[in-house]
Design a protein around this ligand. Sequence first.
Ligand code: AMP
Length: 538
Amino acid sequence: MLGLMQHRELLLSSILDHAARYHGDGEVISIRDDRSVSRTTYAAISRRARRLATVLLGLGVRHGDRVATLAMNSDRHLELYYAISGIGAVYNTVNPRLAAADIAYIVDHAEDGVIFVDPGFVHILETIATQIAGVVRAVVVMGAESEMPASKLPDGVALLCYETLIAGTEEIAAWPSFDERSAAGLCYTSGTTGRPKGALYSHRSILIHTLMLCGGDVAGLRAVDRVMPMVPMFHVNAWGYPFGVPMSGGTLIMPGRHLDPVSVLTVMNREKVTIAAGVPTLWLNLLNHLRETDAKLETLERVLVGGAAMPRALIAAYQDLGMRVSHGWGMTESSSVATWGAPKPATALLDRDGRIDEIATQGRPVYGIDVRATDEHGSEVPWDGKTQGELSFRGHWVASAYYRMPETAIGDDGWFPTGDVGVVDAQGNIKLTDRTKDLIKSGGEWISSIDIENIAVGHPDVLEAAAIAIPDERWGERPMLIVVPRAGRTPTHESLRDFYRGKVASWSIPDRIEIVESIPHGATGKILKTELRKVYAK
Ligand code: AMP
């Protein structure tokens, strides 16, 4: 017997409809490339997205077709998320920081017939024009007529102006309804190994992820919050904030391409941001700027972080500034959040250090996701906070295969192998120790590169650190530490090694240390250990 409740498909258009009707004056604030500020509302975005739907249909976009975006966070990118998915097509967010060859590969593999592009990224399309000319029929520049570049695109690829198209058209009457399992968004992973692979999110998976994200022990989003996702919309739906913030009616602040600490601080204070989300590198650069200038974060209450391990010292610094730091773990293939840190009754009364230790874990699985850590025989490791296992997960918003790669379908057991290694404590908190490929095994013992890095950045002279395995005749591998000093500081090898004593086993202390001016970062802001290994692990 079926229940007697109304059935409504879980579609993304329902989020925008809700925001427009019940939070119509809710603001979306975008910083443009020239640093001018655009202020609009959910009601206006909803009307423009309906016009954009007419534009898309006019460009021949149909249910299931892929449409690329090559853009930073903005109100226009938000309109595109909703308009493209709203008519049943699929927005394919392309990362402009990838190598041109990878961008060409993605556009070709996804068969993006239309590309929407920020004015500042048109040059990327020009460099790959001949490779994508057979697939792409129109390029729409996300700006006004005055921002239109002189076309260097091949004949047969129309170059169109976003604002002109929207101005010259009518709204669709209502968003269509269709199967909630239909694809809505497509995001290719950064491709650290091999070709980029596409995670294809459905309306249902994104919508359920959004409901979870808004929860009190997760991002806890409210109508009175002013939220700035510094994580880009081209990477894993900006962790879901373009859906969660409108669903909650909060103010959305879109920082655009200016993510240097001076710009970030200026926008945070001027726009009275209360919650901001970003990778640890962004928070590290901002903290460094605060320390150098004595500037203050005037309104920020909550620091949301993920994408890489947030070092304990960085957590402590922001907590001591009076902000609440929340640390989550996930990946492109899990639509963003798999675990999130929040106290439980057993840990609610921890002292400062205990709280910081808890935040330094990646948190516990949220409802909707199951995580397990297994040993080399496939058995689950004990929840003792010590025994390492390979992490896999399953859930309502975990990929079952990559787009157009049927050979990648997940096996019968239904668990997605994350490639991450970690321990689980008695509360079910997961603490990542490594990526499988980044593990350091010395004399038969595992050394956590994340632990080695976390300790290094706690040293007063250190800005950023990376630990990698280097081959060693006697021990198999030994840890090597690569360090970027803070401005004006010159840490010695001895002081760095001393700093490890009492914090880790003596055989875990790196014997080789290099002090460098900078460490390479990938397209999503993570340290590129593959590059470091090429240089040092000979
Ligand atoms: P991506 O799919 O590019 O977002 O990368 C996902 C990977 O980033 C994960 O498999 C982890 O290795 C890493 N990652 C994400 N969040 C965290 C975190 N909080 N701590 C440590 N590593 C993380």
